[in-house]
Write a protein that binds this ligand. Sequence first.
Ligand SMILES: [Zn+2]
Length: 542
Amino acid sequence: MRCFGCVARLCWGGALGLSVFPCVALSLVSPWVWRSFWGCSLVLLYGVVADSIVVSFTPLRIVSGLLVFGDRVVYCGDHGFVEGFIDRFGGELVDYSGYTVLPGFLDPHLHLGSLAAWDRIVDLSGVDSIEELLSIVKKVLLREKRASWIVGRGWDHMRFKEKRLPTIRDLEQLDTDKPVFLIRVCGHIAVANKAALEKLGRELENIDWDNGLLYEDSVAFLWKKALEEIGLEPKSYVDALEKLYRYGIVGIGWMSASLDEVIVYHGIEAIKPHTKIYLEPNSFVEWIRYGLPRNTMNIHGLKIILDGSLGAHTAYLSKPYNDKPGTYGKLNMDVEELEKYLLMVKEKEFHIAIHAIGDKALDIVLQLYSRHGLIGERIEHASLVRNDQIKLLVDLRPRIALQPGFILSDTWLVERIGWNRLAWAYRIASLSKIAKVGFSSDAPVEPLDPWRNIYAAITRGEYEGLDIAATMEEKIDLLTALHLHTKGSAETLYYNDKGKLEPGYSADYIVVDRNPLEISDPRELLKIRIVETRVAGRKVYS
Ligand SMILES: [Zn+2]
C-alpha cells in the first residue's frame, strides 16, 4: 500500500499543471490497484457532479463534473465521464444537483489572532453614540463580574452622534477598577481608562495621556498585554477557522502575527486553511535567528504597518486632511528603519508586506521597492493612489491586497480627503490591470464575508448613495471581482495552484445555493449561502 502511495505521489508531482495526463494515467491503473489506494484512508478519490461547476472566472469555464484524487483536481469536464470513472474505479460520487460549485475564496490579509479573540471581547461595531458604547460596557461589567479586563473593539466615532472620540473622562462614568480598553474599528486608535493606562510604561510614545487615547503601536502593545490576561485558548482558533469555512474561505494571509499566536495555531487539531503568515517585526527578528527556510511553520515574511488609517487621520498623505488642515497623518517608522527591515527580509529570502493607506506612505514603499529592485512584493491597502504613481506600479508589478469592503464602511471619505482626491480612492479597476490584485477582508477590521467585498467592488456604494459612487470608472464587473477573490487572492499569496478548479489545482471549492452568474440585482449576492466548503478535497463545513 505504502509503495503504491509513493508511486502515486511521484506521478502526481509530474502531473501538476497538465490537464489531460492525470486522468489518463488514472484510467490506465487497473481497478484492484486503484481500490488498494482507495482503501488507504490517506488517499481520497471522489467525483463531483453539479449543473454548474465554475472552474475559473477569467476565462470563464463551466463544467458539470470534477474528479478529485488526494488533495487535487485531476479532471474537470463532463459529468458522464466522472460517473463512468467512479462506477469503474470506486470512490464516492458527490452529487450537488440544484447547487453551484465555485472555487473557494482566499483572503490574503486578515488577522487570525484578533479574529480568534473576537468572541472573548465586546463587539462595539454598529454603536451610534458614546452613550450607547458606555451602556454596552456597563452591562458587560455587571454580567462578567469575574473578568479581569474589559476589552472591546469595533466602535467608529464617525458614526457617533457626538461626532468626537471617546475619552478617559467618558470611561470614568463606568465606575470600575478593572482595566477597560476599547479599540476603534480600524485598530489604529483606542481609548483606555486609568486602570488600563497604568499597564503602560510612561516611555511609550503615541499616547495622549490626558484623554486616555492610544495610537498605533501603543494600541498593539496594550492589546498584547490584555490578551495575556484574558488568555487565548486553542479552542478560539478552532472557532475562528469555523468562521472562515462558513464564509467559504479556504486560504489566508495572516498579517502581523506574533510567534506566540503561531505556536497556539499550530497546536490545534483542525483542518487548517492554506496559510501564509507575515509576522509582526519583533517576532520576525526573533524568528530569523533560527535560520529556518521560508514557509517553515507557514511563516512567509514580515508585515510592517507603515502608516495608520483614514478614519483615525493617521494614514500618511501628501497633502493635509480635508477636515483637519495641517494634519498629514503619520509614519509609524522612519524610512531608514524600514529600509533596514527590507534588507533583512531580502537577505534572508523572506517576503515583506507593507501597510500603506495614504498616498505619501505609498510613495515611500514604491521608492524603496524600486531602489532595491523588489518586483512583485506585497503592498497592503494602497487605498489612495495618484495617477503619477501608476507608472511606478506598472514597473514594480506588486502584489496588492485590496479591501473593497472599506468602500462601504468609509461613508465619511469625502469629508476626510475632499472631492479632488476622491478619484484616487480604492482604484480597483486601475490597479487590477497593472498589478496582481487580491481581495481581502482585513477581518476583524471589516466583516469576513467575501460576498460583501465582491458586492462593494461591483457597485462602489451606488445602492448606499455614497459619494464614492461618483468614481464609477473604478468599478469592475462580477467575473473580475470573483476572479480577484479566488485566483487573484491566491496569486497575492504566492500560490500558483489555487483559486481555480483546473486539473493540478488544489481541490478547494465551495457549494452555493444560488449561481452568482445568474443574479441580475447585485444586492442579491449578499444573500448567497455557502452550503459546503472543501479544503484540499476535505469537507470542512456543511
Ligand atoms: Zn490589517
